[in-house]
Design a protein around this ligand. Structure first.
Ligand code: FAD
Length: 117
């Protein structure tokens, strides 16, 4: 049982990291096609996320908080709010969404250099 909890937490940390980093790199001015791609990704994520209990809850969150895809900032803030809703449910600390722009880097040198300036 402890083993399963540990694996679920590792999967969660890895998934949030990917999700927030993806949203932090989403175009500042996305095309309709890019917006549609992100929206599809998020709904498919909710269908395919391999922890069933988590996925069910995430799908309810998608209903309550429809994905915001109009800009990088809107998408990143949306991700932060949704993660905070999960944090709240699990009794974890609430993250300050005002600091999120500084937190997630992709390791893609060019883009990260721009961010540091
Ligand atoms: P995590 O919540 O994994 O966060 C990792 C790091 O992200 C934190 O250390 C912090 O630096 C940063 N962070 C925290 N909050 C935010 C935020 N709001 N915005 C940006 N960055 C932030 N587990 C369950 O037991 N039951 C569930 O129903 C469940 N549902 C989940 C649904 C989804 C979609 C995902 C991706 C995960 C879910 N999990 C669930 C896993 C759970 O959210 C955690 O990932 C896991 O418990 C490990 O928690 P953690 O304390 O290490 O930090």
């Amino acid at each position: 049982k402890l083993g399963n909890e540990t694996i679920k937490q590792e999967l969660g940390r890895a998934s949030w990291k990917l999700l927030h980093t993806m949203l932090a790199r989403f175009p500042e001015k996305p095309t309709m096609d890019e917006r549609e791609a992100l929206k599809s990704y998020l709904y498919l994520f909710g269908r395919l996320y391999p922890c069933g209990e988590c996925a069910t809850h995430f799908r309810l969150l998608l209903q309550k908080y429809p994905p915001q895809t109009s800009s990088r900032d809107a998408a990143s803030q949306w991700g932060c709010v949704v993660h905070n809703a999960v944090n709240e449910r699990l009794g974890k600390e609430i993250f300050d969404c005002g600091t999120i722009a500084d937190k997630y880097h992709c390791g893609c040198a060019e883009e990260d250099e721009k961010k540091k300036k």
